[in-house]
Design a protein around this ligand. Structure first.
Ligand code: AMP
Length: 466
């Protein structure tokens, strides 16, 4: 199948050629013919599949006819984060180079003045995060009754970020006759409900099965102690043990993003941080630096990094196992994009057994360990707040007993294992005292341990696993 057979306009085909794309990706091949005809599309696709072009290209074709009116955008694209919105705006610039369309980007963290000016001039394409869009609407700066095409992108992320009520409100402000293109990497029940409410007889397209991780990404677990210092040392060792061109290090908490980044810098690693507390300009600048290869390692939180298109990331390091199993899929989807090889290494502390179980259950694979796989005695009580793919507590996750010490670890893939980089695992004889220490540290639970103030005099009932 070639781009010429998808029903795109000559101008769009020229832009595709200029971008150097030779053949459409599976999601483009399936979605574009329906989208150019004005049909609703429900696309289930993970990032890196060419999803953005699958809605931008048909939109450009459809918007070639007609003109924008002041404060009445003709199309609306909703994105969960500012970075994603900015990235989609860049795609419009690239693919729409030959079109004379006005694109307005409405994101938080930047001044309203320029955004108002663009709205007043009339926007063919409005790309927005839900909060800033509603701010403009409430100030009477825009009307959504002229929206011909609505795109809801990364819907499952919108759900995680609590945007669903905003999305429902925004969709009600658009005309019933609109075309809706709806994308989500996964399809939890809440998102299923939305698709039923928003879409009319949609063409359902599944580019990859939901919640799978790329075949071209080698994935490894690394058992590490809970102690933050040892964990950071393990991370450094893991990075140094690999041939890292550039990599993203994901932390569950913003606080840790900063600490890990500072520590990496102190130890001579070229790194920068990306999280939601940073000023928008700093975030975009950092991202630009990483994309251009000026920064080698990006330490990031999930929210800041979700869906970012950085074409050539060689490694992903999960400093923490994500609380939400689906975030694992999104994190490692930052590497191995557009068919490249990638590697993901996840640091797993003794409290993370259920979290890893939830990830294995979701991705339907058993992971290979760098170094020895932990045995039953190495694990501790599950962290609070662990959730499985459906948002349920993950403590019910059933999992085969992990391979014991000295036995071969379960293989996720039969690829050649990289250099073992396991760091700091307690020696068998020392296991018990180390665990007692680990139990007192906050580790991955995200909660300060109630035992902290009691030193070694912890009553037995407090030591019982929750
Ligand atoms: P996305 O999933 O939209 O974030 O796209 C992932 C990457 O694939 C981006 O860097 C695109 O430029 C690239 N891409 C999109 N479509 C194609 C295509 N048909 N051929 C080659 N690369 C593509």
């Amino acid at each position: 199948m070639s781009f010429e057979n998808l029903g795109l306009s000559p101008k769009v085909l020229a832009a595709v050629k200029a971008a150097g794309y030779e053949t459409p990706t599976p999601i483009q091949e399936q979605a574009i013919p329906f989208a150019v005809k004005g049909r609703d599309v429900l696309g289930i696709a993970q990032t890196g599949t060419g999803k953005t072009a699958s809605f931008v290209l048909p939109m450009l074709t459809r918007l070639e006819r007609g003109r924008a009116r002041a404060r009445m955008p003709r199309s609306l694209i909703l994105e969960p984060t500012r970075e994603l919105a900015a990235q989609v705006a860049q795609s419009f610039e690239a693919y729409g180079a030959q079109h004379n369309l006005t694109v307005a980007l409405l994101i938080g963290g930047v001044s309203f003045v320029d955004q108002n000016r663009k709205l007043d001039r009339g926007a063919d394409v409005l790309i927005a995060t839900p909060g800033r869009l509603l701010d403009h609407f409430e100030r009477g700066r825009l009307l959504l009754t002229g929206v011909e095409v609505l795109v809801v992108d990364e819907a499952d992320r919108m759900l995680d970020m609590g945007f669903i009520p905003d999305i429902e409100r925004i969709v009600k402000l658009t005309p019933f006759t609109r075309q809706t293109l709806f994308f989500s990497a996964t399809m939890p029940p809440e998102i299923q409900r939305l698709t039923e409410a928003f879409l009319s007889n949609p063409e359902r397209i599944e580019a990859t099965p939901p919640s799978t991780t790329g075949e071209n990404i080698s994935q490894f677990m690394l058992f590490t102690p809970c102690d933050p210092k040892q964990k950071r040392a393990a991370l450094r060792k893991a990075i140094s043990g690999q041939d890292v061109t550039n990599g993203i290090i994901f932390c569950n908490r913003k606080r840790d993003v900063r600490v890990v980044q500072k520590s990496l810098r102190k130890h001579g690693f070229d790194s920068a941080e990306l999280h939601g507390d940073l000023d928008q300009h700093v975030r975009l600048e950092t991202l630009g630096g990483f994309r251009d290869g000026k920064v080698k390692l990006l330490v990031a939180s999930d929210v800041a990094a979700r869906g970012l298109d950085i074409p050539a990331v060689s490694h992903i390091f999960n400093y923490d196992v994500p609380f939400n199993a689906e975030d694992y899929v999104h994190r490692i989807g930052r590497t191995g994009r557009a068919g490249r090889e990638g590697m993901a290494i996840t640091l797993v502390t003794p409290q993370c057994r259920q979290l890893i179980g939830a990830v294995e259950q979701l991705t339907k694979q058993k992971f290979e360990w760098l170094g020895d796989a932990p045995d039953d005695a190495d694990w501790e009580a599950r962290p609070r707040g662990a959730r499985d793919a459906g948002g349920r507590r993950a403590d019910g996750a059933k999992r085969a007993r992990p391979a014991g010490r000295g036995q071969p670890a379960q293989r996720a893939k039969q690829k050649s294992a990289p250099k073992p980089a396991r760091a700091g695992k307690p020696a068998p004889g020392n296991a018990a005292p180390k665990k007692a220490n680990a139990r007192r540290s906050p580790c991955d639970s995200g909660k300060k341990s109630a035992n902290n103030a009691l030193g070694d005099n912890v009553p037995a009932f407090l030591r019982r696993p929750v």
